[in-house]
Design a protein around this ligand. Structure first.
Ligand SMILES: *[C@@H]1O[C@H](CO)[C@@H](O)[C@H](O)[C@H]1NC(C)=O
Ligand SMILES: *[C@@H]1O[C@H](CO)[C@@H](O)[C@H](O)[C@H]1NC(C)=O
Ligand SMILES: *[C@@H]1O[C@H](CO)[C@@H](O)[C@H](O)[C@H]1NC(C)=O
Length: 389
């Protein structure tokens, strides 16, 4: 197949897979509730064999809903929620169903505030009535009446499941299905839109740009300045390498920073203030460093010493804060564990290389001091280099 026909076939497959589940092949329709309750609208959720049914009453803005999970286990918990504040579990206004210690299906509401929720019973941001859980032959169904507000008529829905050990709710797995179990629901028009591919790719772009720039390039740029400088042959090459490395890191880093602001404004209501504030400080520090370059006094200027102290302390502070913030970001975006491990590996590697070079540098500097002293006595020249930043 040539490139064009491949593209056409691919586009058709994409179109079909987008259109079919929501219109033609609705399996939610063929299910009869034991109570003979009939719902005018239903939707096959794309993952975790789940279905959402509802009747929406515009007159009083209520929705009678049923969330059905097929192939449910009596030792798992199930959640269906609206998340008016963003996509994902944090901020979800959740209906939780599970089998309690008497072995009976039970349901209650629980607002999920952060990424490690305790699943305690609590009121949601909107009233819920007629909440109950039903279980028979592998079908767990949560029934409820939601008393909606204008802003909740079209919002995000999140559904999730995880194992229980005794009375404890274990955290759900991080499989692709558990990450794809989000989407939009519009009670009034009766439509659901699956997935948040755009936002999650935005998040990935944000993570990669920032980890590469702030987290890898900038520490490398510092290492270039600190450890290449001692080699006379690398002078002034180290300086240009350092400037090139840090300015590309700055450009990529500012792009990554921008994607972060954009993500922040997408998820109104849910704030990762620590991550955001560190991000703002980092942007200021890095920008100061760029200006510092322009205002750099000549090596023999009397203020150069102060400039060096300033440039170095802001530089090291930036690296320390960057690394802290990247781990904050891992907690928020919650990517597969391997990415955090890979990043930790890179940091340990850079740290080990830096430690080695540090030792080497000291050896070279001490040796040089000895020969310089010797030369001084011999012919009165000294060996300081002009670029010592
Ligand atoms: C549901 O009920 C309808 C009519 O009451 C019936 O035709 C249909 O076969 C039932 N479906 C299932 C899966 O039992
Ligand atoms: C809302 O209105 C519908 C009819 O429009 C009614 O059947 C339903 O009981 C009402 N719900 C509440 C909670 O008042
Ligand atoms: C289990 O749930 C059922 C139904 O909600 C309830 O009647 C029963 O009291 C619950 N048992 C315990 C131990 O909480």
């Amino acid at each position: 197949m040539d490139k064009f026909s491949r593209t056409v076939v691919f586009s058709c497959v994409m179109l079909i897979s987008i259109c079919v589940p929501s219109s033609l092949a609705q399996t939610c329709r063929s299910y009869n509730f034991s109570s003979n309750q009939v719902f005018s609208t239903c939707s096959d959720l794309p993952v975790l064999s789940s279905f959402i049914y509802w009747n929406y009453h515009p007159s009083n803005q209520t929705a009678d809903i049923a969330f059905r999970k097929s192939g449910a286990s009596t030792t798992n918990w199930y959640v269906w929620s609206l998340n008016p504040t963003g996509q994902g579990m944090a901020g979800s206004q959740a209906l939780l169903a599970f089998h309690n210690s008497s072995g009976l299906p039970t349901a209650y509401t629980t607002p999920i505030r952060d990424l490690s929720p305790s699943m305690q019973k609590g009121d949601l941001s909107f009233p819920v009535s007629k909440l109950k859980a039903e279980y028979s032959s592998g079908e767990m169904i949560i029934f409820a009446t939601l008393h909606l507000t204008n802003s909740l008529i079209s919002t995000n829905q999140v559904w999730q499941e995880g194992a229980m050990s005794g009375n404890n709710f274990n955290i759900h797995s991080m499989d692709s299905a558990n990450k794809a179990s989000v989407g939009n629901i519009n009670f009034a028009t009766g439509t659901t839109v699956a997935g948040t591919a755009q936002t999650s790719s935005k998040k990935n772009v944000h993570g990669v740009l920032n980890a590469v720039s702030w987290g890898v390039l900038m520490p490398m740029g510092i290492m270039i300045a600190r450890y290449l400088k001692v080699f006379k042959v690398a002078n002034p090459a180290w300086f240009y390498l350092h400037v090139t490395c840090q300015s590309s890191a700055y450009i990529i880093g500012v792009a990554g920073w921008g994607t972060g602001l954009n993500l922040g404004s997408d998820s109104t209501g849910i704030e990762y203030s620590k991550h955001r504030n560190i991000g703002i400080i980092l942007f200021c520090f890095a920008t100061l460093q760029v200006f510092a370059l322009l205002l750099r006094p000549k090596p023999d200027h009397k203020y150069r010493l102060y400039w060096n102290i300033y440039h170095h302390s802001i530089g090291y502070a930036t690296i320390a804060l960057s690394i802290i913030n990247i781990y904050e970001g891992f907690d928020i975006l919650d990517p597969e564990k391997k990415w955090e491990k890979i990043y930790t590996g890179i940091i340990i590697f850079l740290g080990a290389v830096a430690a080695l070079l540090e030792v080497l540098t000291w050896i070279i500097v001490i040796r040089r001091k000895k020969t310089v002293n010797f030369n001084k006595h011999a012919n009165g020249t000294n060996g300081t280099n002009g670029y010592g930043a």
